[in-house]
Design a binder for this molecule. Structure first.
Ligand SMILES: C[S@@+](CC[C@H](N)C(=O)[O-])C[C@H]1O[C@@H](n2cnc3c(N)ncnc32)[C@H](O)[C@@H]1O
Length: 279
């Protein structure tokens, strides 16, 4: 049996040219199932009922919307993104994979999250730090206020954040990812951090076993917001209660993927946290 998985095949185009950057992104940084588990369980825990309408802000390929509508017949989803190209990709590759009766319960809107008007959702989510592109307090507070206003009376906002001392460093980290068409390397690059403004410039690149690369397939020009800043802005935007969820450790000393509300975290090199903000 010949194994061509780690060598370039003569005449074939490099793996980087055969692969789709959005699919690589989803495989590397998103786990819609775990996200929806967390969102669904914690909404029910805090509100005593199941949510129905979820709005995914900065939805990109809309993988959370697609996961949401698969969970219950009563679930509906609205995805909002400013970029038509990524929405079209989501429609063609994710929504179209769903049976019609599920797909018709998900709607994707090409709009700016700072301006969009939608029916009032039970839940609004903003994941993978996308709201960090709002770099100044007035803009972020305006977004948080709009989210609060858009939610149903007992609605909840779910968002995430990362930090730790490594987040201030100029570093490149690599992880091997198992893809359906073979393994590849996900490369996270923090190119620039400015302590005065908090500006953080990062990139995602991908490398393949045949030596080909997709350099800086995604770039982010963000502010590295701290948890106290985010919590204070959510308070100022009028949310009644803001909770911060920290991850535990398994027996081998690895993060266990279970996030619980905490009053204090740990000064790790790199952490990821979730927040909930209740209207
Ligand atoms: C990092 S991706 C997030 C994708 C996905 N939500 C996730 O969790 O991985 C950020 C997305 O935000 C979109 N975006 C940027 N500014 C926006 C805005 N003002 N309104 C709506 N979408 C925006 C971009 O087009 C991009 O698809």
């Amino acid at each position: 049996m010949s194994d061509t998985s780690h060598a370039s095949v003569p005449g074939a185009s490099p793996l980087a040219e055969q692969t789709d950057r959005h699919r690589l992104y989803e495989l590397s940084v998103q786990c819609a199932e775990a996200e929806v588990d967390f969102i669904d369980q914690n909404f029910r825990l805090l509100r005593g009922r199941s949510a129905r309408l979820l709005r995914e802000d900065f939805c990109g390929t809309a993988s959370v919307c697609c996961e949401w509508v698969q969970r219950r017949k009563t679930n509906r989803a609205i995805g909002v993104d400013i970029d038509r190209e990524v929405l079209d990709w989501g429609r063609t590759n994710n929504l179209s994979e769903l049976p019609d009766d599920l797909a018709k319960r998900a709607m994707l809107l090409e709009a700016n999250v700072l301006e969009v008007e939608t029916p009032s959702p039970d839940i609004i989510v903003a994941m993978n730090f996308s709201y960090w592109l709002l770099k100044h307090r007035p803009a972020l507070k305006r977004y948080f206020k709009r989210v609060r206003k858009a939610l149903k009376d007992d609605g909840m906002f779910f968002l995430d954040a990362y930090g730790g001392y490594d987040s201030y460093r100029i570093i490149t980290e690599e992880r091997t990812i198992e893809g359906g068409d073979g393994d590849f390397t996900y490369i996270w690059e923090q190119e620039r951090y400015d302590p005065v403004s908090g500006r953080l410039v990062c990139h995602i690149s991908f490398a393949f076993p045949d030596g080909s690369r997709m350099d800086r397939a995604f770039s982010y020009d963000w502010r590295l917001w701290s948890l106290p800043e985010i919590r204070e802005l959510l308070d100022e935007a009028g949310f009644k209660r803001v909770l911060c969820y920290w991850q535990g450790w398994d027996q081998d000393g690895n993060p266990d993927g279970v996030f619980t509300p905490v009053q204090a975290g740990e000064p790790d090199a790199g952490w990821i946290a979730y927040l909930t903000a209740e209207k």
